[in-house]
Design a protein around this ligand. Structure first.
Ligand code: MN
Length: 148
């Protein structure tokens, strides 16, 4: 099951994060959550096939082309995580604060095993972006495409 890893890592008696499994008709969700955990990072999430595909970006997501950011793929998150903001208590996985940094939707332009091209329609990020896998399963680069 897709959300097994997500659920295994969390104790829903302790954290306010959604357990998932709610029926939703939302699609093409795009969100970036600023996550002040042990290390500050930005969680990029794209709704695909009923879950949020997720990448942790250690530095500020690029608003202009010419900047490439490392993006580490992490476990799929439930759709309702897109609305989550709050505090994850000490001792819990990802302990710290989560704030929505950008949100909107996206338009998938091309999807290959190692490369996604999509148009982000957010408040901070707008335009065509790429995620390119460069090493192993989890290491991707996230960057804005040059204007055509
Ligand atoms: Mn995170």
């Amino acid at each position: 099951m897709k959300l097994d890893e997500y659920r295994r890592k969390r104790d829903f008696q302790e954290t306010d994060e959604p357990e998932g499994g709610k029926i939703t008709d939302r699609s093409n969700i795009y969100v970036i959550q600023k996550h002040q955990a042990t290390r500050l990072h930005y969680d990029l999430r794209l709704e695909m096939e009923g879950a949020l595909k997720s990448w942790a970006v250690p530095k500020t997501p690029p608003t202009e082309s010419g900047v490439k950011r490392l993006a580490l793929q992490v476990e799929d998150h439930p759709i309702d995580y897109a609305d989550f903001e709050g505090k994850i208590p000490k001792g819990q996985y990802g302990a710290g604060t989560v704030q929505i940094w950008d949100r909107g939707d996206y338009l998938l332009k091309s999807k290959k095993e190692n490369k996604l091209i999509f148009e982000i329609r957010g408040r901070r990020l707008k335009g065509v972006y790429c995620l390119v896998r460069f090493k192993g399963k989890k290491n991707w680069l996230f960057f804005k495409k040059k204007d055509q």
